[in-house]
Design a protein around this ligand. Structure first.
Ligand code: GLN
Ligand code: ZN
Length: 752
């Protein structure tokens, strides 16, 4: 049995590409130096695969920014506003904007935290072929490895399905044109060698759009497969692609790639067995960081082997390794026991090699035997490790009796109104204030033990003092402490919970040069000590106005962490919810009257398939309700979500039963708010009244108009006034006048 990986990360194990890109954008290095870094990385990544025994080496999985963007360039789908540019200048302008043109939109790649550039199709879109990148990367790879290569390419159906239009042109009206360009490209590619393997990614077929799109498969993929010298792999990942498989078995494609971390794909084995197709079986999980139990993986391969002969099976990763950090090599601070349970991209290459050998009944050499033994040992130790298992936590979850707070909304809000005594259209913000370079430096100095706790706390308090003073000056109604102690809304809480570990170098590309370093939730979660009470009560002591406590919700903490794979997610989220619940209890006992529980990643966690939506919604709503369950009736619970299209999830939002929700709306217009009225949404709402993504300061008149427009859609009694989220990314010079104008606008409206 041969093996492969779907794709390799490209940012560099020390984020070399990030540094080079940012250096290039800042004008500190020239194009030749940037190209040199890129070449070095490509070669290094191929060597990793080559040396670790990967049979099929991926080509064209490198990108300066994003592979969808590369596809836009390959097929010449350049929006007209960029057509006066060329080369790398044009490439980066598409992604990041230029002084004359706004950047193309960026959005999440399926349900991952990776973002791609959204292609724009208009009636004027004309495709043209640009082969340079693919051909040169193929030749480059060939010069450094003698192994077989496979060229990665995003497929035409997925490409158009993920496109948008700005002039109501249906992207699929351009389908035939695009397919003929793909044929031209594939013909060129086929000349590269006696036989060329092309992996065409069509992950759109793991979503419910598959019903509408399957009809495109046969004609398109038959055409592609007729090109001589080519072997086509139709690649999918993240979910089941049963509908696509049913079509593909009747085409001439050579192979089909399926994600076997998803149980539903086993249903495809029957149909595959009756066909002549080769299966690319994604066995090693490309999305999590845990070391595989290789014996368990072999059992999965065994099931596959019952249906297909060995020569029709390739063993690989469930998706591109883009979604995991590079290597454990630099993790010298991580607890060694925890480290032994982990496997990042480079280590996953070992796993792929070893299971493909074992599944082919090949003998392992000494080194591989050692890795194999370690894998089994790690799996065994992890089950009984004292680091993971906390009886107290498990008992507490098991004996839960209270799952939500007391009282219904009506009942609660009248008590809260009496206690808070706020004016109509109360004004507030979403929590953070500008994170200055000074502030970051102070946090870093404290973390590295350059300054002591006393010094650090005084500095943070000074920042809080200033925040409170400013908010009082402009006369906001509900104040915040500004979050100066937080680096990141998930990491901050993770650092204070047991069951969490942190890597030094576990970076994963989020978009372009941006990377995130998700914390690792490896064990039973508990909150040993209060996490925010000190700061919030300090802020409250400085003002007579209410200060809003600021927490991150359980669903968001979970969605932005690498979460253990040895316990049910519904259990894990309860542990997180209880940690937040303890914090809420402490905050209200300390006199805090309003607490906001941010669920920024609530929408992100939605599954790709509708059939799984109900279960996710129950899971997420239950977790939120449990987290806020200790709140007394007169404690006001706010939540915040960044996402603005609530049409399909409005009932779920309502079921979370927060007293107030603030949402990001300024960029999407007020149309989207109608749904709150249409469904008779009960609770209160704070739509963002201005977009904070731009440095521009909105005028009082503009804000009055905007609030009046919102009042046409939502009743005054339910409305809060706040900006969109993300003030921490702005400068004080922008934040101060904007908020001042916002409060002034509200005062004008109150006075009519
Ligand atoms: N309270 C957080 C902040 O204001 C919310 C962040 C977010 O919406 N993603 O930064
Ligand atoms: Zn937000």
């Amino acid at each position: 049995m041969k093996n492969y990986i779907t794709g390799f990360p490209r940012i560099g194990e020390q984020r070399e590409l990030k540094r080079a890109l940012e250096g290039f954008w800042a004008g500190k290095i020239d194009e030749a130096s940037l190209q040199a870094v890129a070449k070095e990385l490509r070669i290094k990544h191929i060597k990793y695969q080559d040396e670790r025994g990967i049979d099929l080496i991926s080509v064209n999985d490198f990108s300066f920014y994003d592979l969808m963007l590369d596809n836009i360039i390959t097929f010449g789908a350049i929006p007209s506003r960029f057509q006066n540019l060329n080369g790398l200048e044009q490439y980066f302008a598409l992604a990041r904007g230029s002084k004359d043109s706004v950047a193309m939109e960026m959005t999440k790649w399926f349900n991952t935290n990776y973002h791609y550039i959204v292609p724009e199709i208009t009636k004027d879109t004309k495709f043209s072929l640009n082969l340079d990148k693919i051909l040169s990367e193929y030749k480059e790879a060939k010069s450094i490895t003698s192994r077989k290569l496979k060229i990665n390419l995003i497929g035409p159906i997925t490409f158009l399905a993920l496109s948008k239009t700005t002039d109501k042109t249906c992207p699929f009206s351009k389908f035939d044109e695009l397919v003929s360009k793909y044929c031209e490209l594939l013909k060129e590619i086929s000349k590269l060698d006696d036989e060329v393997i092309v992996q065409i990614d069509e992950p759109i077929f793991v979503t419910d759009l598959d019903e509408k799109l399957v009809k495109f498969i046969k004609p398109t993929y038959n055409k592609f497969s007729e090109i001589s010298n080519l072997k086509i792999i139709f690649m999918t990942y993240f979910e089941n692609a049963i509908k696509a498989v049913n079509e593909l078995v009747d085409t001439k494609v050579w192979a089909i790639g399926l994600d076997f971390t998803n149980d539903k794909n086993f249903k495809a084995l029957d149909v595959l067995a009756k066909s002549d197709k080769v299966l690319f079986a994604g066995i090693i999980n490309g999305r999590n960081v845990w070391r595989a139990n290789l014996d368990d993986k072999l059992k999965i391969i065994k099931k596959i082997k019952e249906n297909l002969s060995d020569d029709r099976i390739f063993i690989g990763t469930s998706c591109s390794l883009l979604h995991v950090p590079f290597t454990l090599k630099y993790e010298d601070k991580l607890n060694s026991e925890i480290k032994s349970w982990l496997s990042f991209a480079v280590e996953k290459l070992d796993e792929v090699r070893i299971i493909s050998k074992l599944a082919s009944n090949l003998e392992l050499n000494q080194n591989d035997q050692k890795i194999y033994n370690e894998s089994l040992e790690a799996a065994k130790n992890r089950k009984i490790s004292k680091l993971i298992n906390d009886d107290e936590v498990n008992l507490r979850v098991k004996s839960l009796t209270k799952f939500r707070r007391d009282g219904d909304f009506k009942d609660r809000i009248s008590l809260q109104d009496k206690r808070l005594n706020l004016k109509s259209l109360p004004t507030t913000t979403i929590g953070s204030f500008p994170q200055t370079a000074e502030l970051r430096q102070i946090r870093r100095a404290y973390k590295n033990e350059v300054v002591d706790e006393n010094f650090y706390e005084n500095e943070i308090k000074k920042y809080i003092d200033e925040c409170i003073k400013f908010q009082e000056e402009i006369d906001l109604d509900v104040l915040v402490h500004g979050e100066p102690e937080r680096n990141d809304m998930v990491e901050y809480f993770g650092e204070q919970l047991s069951g969490y570990a942190f890597t030094q170098n576990g970076w994963v590309q989020s978009y372009g040069s941006r990377c995130v370093k998700p914390p690792l939730l490896f064990g039973d979660v508990k909150r040993p000590n209060p996490m925010t009470v000190k700061w919030i009560t300090y802020a409250q002591s400085k003002t007579n106005k209410p200060v809003k406590g600021m927490l991150t919700g359980p669903v968001t903490i979970m969605n932005w962490s690498f979460v253990r794979d040895d316990k049910d997610k519904s259990e894990i989220v309860k542990e997180l919810a209880l940690a937040i619940a303890d914090e809420i209890n402490d905050l209200q006992n300390a006199g805090i009257k309003i607490i906001q529980v941010d669920e920024a990643a609530f929408k992100e966690g939605y599954p790709l398939r509708k059939e799984d939506v109900c279960a996710y919604e129950k899971f997420a709503v239950d977790a939120f309700r449990l987290a806020v369950s200790p709140a007394r009736k007169d404690t006001q619970i706010h939540t915040h979500m960044c996402y603005s299209e609530f049409n399909d999830i409005i009932k779920t939002i309502e079921a979370m039963d927060a007293d107030v929700i603030s949402i990001e709306t300024a960029r999407s217009g007020n149309e989207l708010l109608k749904v709150f009225k249409e469904v008779g949404y009960k609770q209160e709402i704070g739509p963002g009244v201005y977009d904070i993504h731009s440095p521009r300061v909105p005028s009082v008149e503009e804000l009055v108009e905007q609030i009046e427009n919102i009042l046409k859609v939502l009743p005054k009694e339910k409305l809060w006034i706040n900006p969109d989220c993300g003030l921490k990314t702005r400068k004080w010079e922008e934040v101060k006048p904007s908020l001042k104008n916002m409060v002034e606008a509200v005062k004008i409206i109150r006075s009519y």
